[in-house]
Design a protein around this ligand. Structure first.
Ligand code: ADP
Length: 252
């Protein structure tokens, strides 16, 4: 087995509800797993199981209460994400670690092509390379060229989500965390986005993803981690975790 790119050990996270008598909610309990380079792992489990919290703890939007998250960098050095300063985490985001949610968070007056190009530049591409890659991604996601110079604020929900995917997947980082990135797309655009996400594994990017439908999981993920009430209750090949799927459906 290849050395993991990410090794998560005994990670826990508790939220304190300050406006409800300081009550605490245990969102993650001693979560442990590892991720290999190029592997595509789906996080499954019902609403409230802790999937989004786990992705946010890995991206360090939230800090873990305990445990370690060891990331092997391109340089070969290993860093524990729970121990880094915010500044150090920001420096790792982009080339090492990316996060794509279901929402586009962008300055409303930023032009579509500019937003995606900037994402490529932030991952080390030069400007013309990034512009070409941005154009290619937008075309693959069927964003009409007439929209490229528009501000992101004028886009429809589905267009915003596709632009978000184009920006998140350009010059992909070594690990990509996806939180329901195709949730607002119609079937045709969903197919386009899934094709683009499938290419990530070929490029060696390790993906940890939450999808709200089994079809996306069965087509993209080779392994499923199922969570329940903040704990991992199953971790195995997709065909074992979802045995009712036909083997043909499980292959990409
Ligand atoms: P999932 O993504 O699987 O639907 P979440 O990670 O969103 O689950 O939520 C896990 C648990 O943590 C739930 O009980 C949820 O209510 C709680 N939770 C998530 N985010 C917060 C927050 N910011 N403040 C308080 N509780 C939260």
């Amino acid at each position: 087995m290849t050395n993991p790119i990410l090794d998560v050990r005994d990670v826990s996270k508790t939220f304190t509800l300050h406006n409800i008598d300081g009550r605490t909610v245990s969102a993650l309990n001693a979560v442990s797993f590892s991720l290999s380079p190029g592997e595509h792992v789906a996080l499954a489990g019902s609403s409230g199981a802790g999937k989004s919290t786990l992705l946010r703890v890995l991206y360090r939007t939230y800090t873990a209460a305990s445990g370690s998250i060891n990331l092997t960098l391109a340089s070969g050095n290993v860093v524990d994400l729970t121990k880094l300063t915010d500044r150090e985490v920001v420096a790792l985001r982009g080339r090492e670690l990316g996060y794509v949610s279901q929402f586009l968070r962008a300055q409303p007056r930023r032009a579509v092509i500019d937003l995606v190009t900037r994402a490529g530049v932030s991952r080390g591409m030069n400007r013309s390379e990034a512009r070409d890659a941005a154009a290619l991604s937008l075309k693959r996601l069927d964003i009409a060229e007439s929209l490229w110079d528009m501000h992101t604020a004028v886009l429809s929900g589905g267009e915003k989500q596709r632009v978000n995917i184009a920006a998140g997947l350009i010059s992909p980082p070594r690990i990509l965390l996806l939180d329901e990135p195709v949730s607002a797309l119609d079937p045709e655009n969903r197919e386009r986005a899934i094709d683009l996400i499938a290419d990530l594994s070929l490029q060696g990017t390790a993906v940890l993803a939450v999808f709200h439908d089994l079809d996306a999981i069965s087509r993209l993920a080779t392994r499923v981690i199922r969570m329940k009430r903040g704990s991992i209750v199953e971790d195995g090949p997709t065909a074992d975790v979802f045995p009712h799927l036909q083997p043909a459906e499980v292959q990409i």
